[in-house]
Design a binder for this molecule. Structure first.
Ligand code: SF4
Length: 378
């Protein structure tokens, strides 16, 4: 069985106003200690795996902002993976990058080290909106980074976009999508902004200094997104993800199909052999454990069939093609209707899900209310 490998890089130039990911400003960050600890964790985890589980067919270096690190450090992470795991030929190897932290040399060294997919954080195209989000880059810088990545040989590039930003108008969203599509990315991830408690943006909205995007406007932007990208040949394959044919993100598909993955770095999660584990959520806690020669996990549990069934359903429903109902029966020896009696028919009666052959999927209305549907299976 092959696995997916995720590496969390917990550094950014500075914190964005909406961000609750585990990251610290690079300037004050213990980069060398982190790299030493990460290589130690790789060694430890690889030694624990059977030779089959050590076969990796997708790698995703995310964060944080991985490209806050130097090209040599990033290449060193990939070398560490190649030397300790069996990286399958044709493996998808993604690195997240943010405009303002990449140049031609860094991108070329990533490419030489084996990366073959880049995920670029564009987020928005208007200066005022980038400012609201607290991003460090301007749109022209993002555009230049995209073109630089193509020149460096990245033939598979994702761009991340955000809609539902306070103050964002439908016309700005239309222009942003047009600008993003005109770059010709292979993949587009577009998320409605989540206001996470404890972030500066959340506080500003709570205190009334910033008006949140009205829900109906956000829904309108999502509908516009689906229709526009379909018109440009992008396949909508997951609630928030769109790709040109053949360019689905294989690593993320692994999560939605509830298949095995190993996470390295602070706050990284793993799901292997029916067990879930989570690493220490803070960089400090992660470093302390590894420096003491201990595994950095802080939580481990057997998933158990109920959790596994629930995850398989709500993750599978995130896919536009939906959940394979027959596959569910084969995997768990029970039909989904037996496990969740009455629930499917009720959600279908509300027009939120529908059966299509052997699949169960969200309707267009269900896509708008996805979280309410997923909650029914948790
Ligand atoms: S670049 Fe990403 S991870 Fe870093 S602070 Fe901004 S949103 Fe968070």
């Amino acid at each position: 069985m092959s696995i997916g490998l995720y590496v969390h890089v917990p550094f950014c130039v500075r914190k964005c106003s909406y961000c609750d990911f585990v990251s610290v400003p690079r300037e004050d960050g213990p980069v060398l200690r982190y790299l030493r600890a990460l290589h130690g964790e790789m060694e430890m985890r690889a030694a624990d795996l059977s030779p089959e589980d050590r076969t990796v067919d997708t790698i995703y270096i995310g964060g944080g902002t991985p490209t806050c690190l130097s090209g040599e450090d990033l290449a060193g992470i990939l070398e560490g993976i190649f030397s300790r795991f069996n990286v399958a030929g044709g493996a998808e190897i993604t690195v997240e990058a943010n405009p303002g932290t990449v140049d031609g040399d860094k991108l070329a060294s990533l490419k030489r080290a084996g990366a073959n997919r880049l995920s670029l954080g564009l987020q928005a195209c208007h200066p005022g909106l980038l400012n609201t989000l607290g991003r460090i880059h301007s749109y022209p810088e993002a555009e230049a980074s995209f073109r630089e990545a193509r020149r460096a040989g990245f033939g598979n590039i994702n761009v991340d976009l955000i809609f539902g930003i306070p103050g964002q108008t439908p016309e700005q969203w239309r222009q942003c999508l047009e600008a993003a599509v005109s770059l010709g990315p292979d993949h587009i991830s577009a998320y409605g902004l989540q206001l996470e408690e404890g972030t500066p943006l959340y506080t500003m909205v709570r205190d009334g200094t910033l008006d949140p995007c009205p829900e109906d406007l956000e829904a309108e932007m999502y509908l516009y997104l689906m229709d526009t990208l379909a018109g440009h040949g992008y396949v909508h394959y997951e609630v928030s993800n769109f790709a040109l044919p053949g360019r689905f993100c294989r690593h993320n598909l692994r999560y939605w199909q509830n298949r095995a993955y190993l996470g390295l770095g602070p706050a990284a999660h793993s799901c292997l052999g029916g067990r879930r584990s989570a690493n220490e959520p803070s960089l400090g806690g992660y470093l302390e454990k590894l420096e003491a020669g201990l595994a950095p996990s802080c939580r481990e549990e057997d998933t158990g069939p109920e959790t596994e069934m629930s995850e398989t359903v709500f993750l599978g429903l995130r896919l536009i093609e939906g959940l394979d109902v027959e596959g569910f029966r084969e995997r768990f020896g029970k039909s989904i209707d037996d496990v969740y009696p009455g629930r499917i028919d009720r959600l279908a009666g509300l027009g939120l899900i529908e059966r299509a052959g052997s699949r169960l999927r969200l309707t267009r209305r269900g896509l708008m209310l996805g979280n309410a549907v997923f909650a029914e299976f948790i």
